[in-house]
Design a protein around this ligand. Sequence first.
Ligand SMILES: [Zn+2]
Length: 311
Amino acid sequence: MSTGRFRLVPSTLSDPPRPPPTANTTPSYITFQASPAAPTPGSFAHDEVCPKYNHRWNNWAHFEAWLAQEQQEDCVELRLTNTYLGMPVFERGLRYRCSRAGTGGVKEYTKRHPEWERKIPPKRTGCPCTLLVKQYPGVSTILGNYFKEHNHSIGSENLRFMRIPNETREYIAGLVRLRVASDHILQMLHRGAYENDRPSATSTPSRADFIQLRDIRRIEKEIEAEKVRLHPDDGLSTLRWVESLRAKGHLLGFKSKTDPPPAGSNLDRDVFTLMVQTEPDMASARLISGHHESNEPSDPKRVAAETDDLI
Ligand SMILES: [Zn+2]
């Protein structure tokens, strides 16, 4: 018994107990804690300390308010040109560029009268001004990289290159629909009649001061196109046009290619015919008819062209 004890003691001393298995892993665990792995590139933790992101907003609403003010103050337009999705690292990246970015392409033709100087310099100047903003999962903060350098004048000098605000377009469209003459609309805009309707009228120039006759003509054409092109499918468009004309009492007669010709009309079976009285008080009606190669009802524009040929 005693021998056994004697033997046991030296054995214990010469072979000290091994440290528990965790003892060896503890130092490396502490090391890991002291120096964490670098944050994933593109994540909030990464971008937050990255000098590239020189702007920061508390949330999306703050960013939007800042963007609106920035554009208004400088009279520039920063347009969203690209959206990148990056989950799970970041939610969205949005690229905005100055509306005068781009070169406008190379002219394919030689000017017949190069001596006729353009009144307005080209809109596209290849402007390098750009803004990238990023949203991150679980973080309301927005980070942005803003390169605010324009290669053109900003402020009121740039107003003419900005898009006509929707409010002003609607005002013009309303006058066009009331059949106010284009040059009269232009005079009203330039006299500031529209601006003075607003309580906050100031003497600083506005986009409306730079509206040209061609801008009004473009709005007129859009309204015209709205009336004519009622459906992306030309065939259906024609039928809707016919319905609209019928509703307004402008339609005197309509024969599609599939309708039989009226008795005694001597019309060919596959003829498409539309009789339109464009104004209710017009004494005469126009007879529009023509042969069409396709089975589709005619494009209204084509009908209009044929009308011009007939009259
Ligand atoms: Zn610019």
